[in-house]
Ligand binder design. Sequence first.
Ligand code: ADP
Length: 231
Amino acid sequence: MATLTLTDLVMTYDEPTTDAVRGVSVTVDHGELLVLLGPSGCGKTTVLRLIAGLEHPTSGDITIDGESVIRVAPEKRHAVLVAQQHALFPFRTVNENIAYGLRIRKLDRREQANRTAEALRLVQLDGYGDRYPNELSGGQQQRVALARALVVQPRILLLDEPLSSLDPELRGELQHVVSALQSEAGITTVMVTHDHDEAAAMADRIAVMSEGRLVSVEPNKRTTATAGIPQ
Ligand code: ADP
């Protein structure tokens, strides 16, 4: 588990010049699920890409457990992004898709198999390891994408609208999986959505974003209520 802190994060894209992120500061605690909620174009994805190291900020700092990761390469940050379009390898089985990140890290075969089985269990897909992506539903494919991120044991999980392409039933199913994952694996997570209901169903705290800034960061009332804390 890890604590993530963003301090005065600013991102201005060059071409075309766009102030995508205009000074974002927030701390995400060990095991917390923070939802970034806001309309399309307000800078949510850019914040995730900055945390993952796929973009370099114009200014500001990102620390994980107190250490700046600004100069740390993406693959060494242990902050893994699950994008909206999950792009599984079509000609590899579920197991092979999930183990891919372990193979390129040259883990021994037994460790690969153990970790892959554990990741499949976490996303509730035990028994599906030998199937190919086209033999799975959209929700199941999205769960494989999640397992592929989890298998490398990231310190920070970054979810970019992971449920937006799914129909309502599959959405509910996957919301459940992500929530269960949160409570079981306790992984520090930042999830992006433009859907209020989704934020309310899943978040520990909701950070509302508008035009590159956080306009509020509040505990999610529903979570607080279920935790038994008086309103
Ligand atoms: P959101 O995820 O909230 O929809 P984004 O972070 O994707 O928002 O985009 C924020 C702003 O930055 C938008 O105005 C978008 O057009 C712009 N933007 C995103 N990526 C780039 C890029 N690579 N180059 C220039 N502008 C970009």
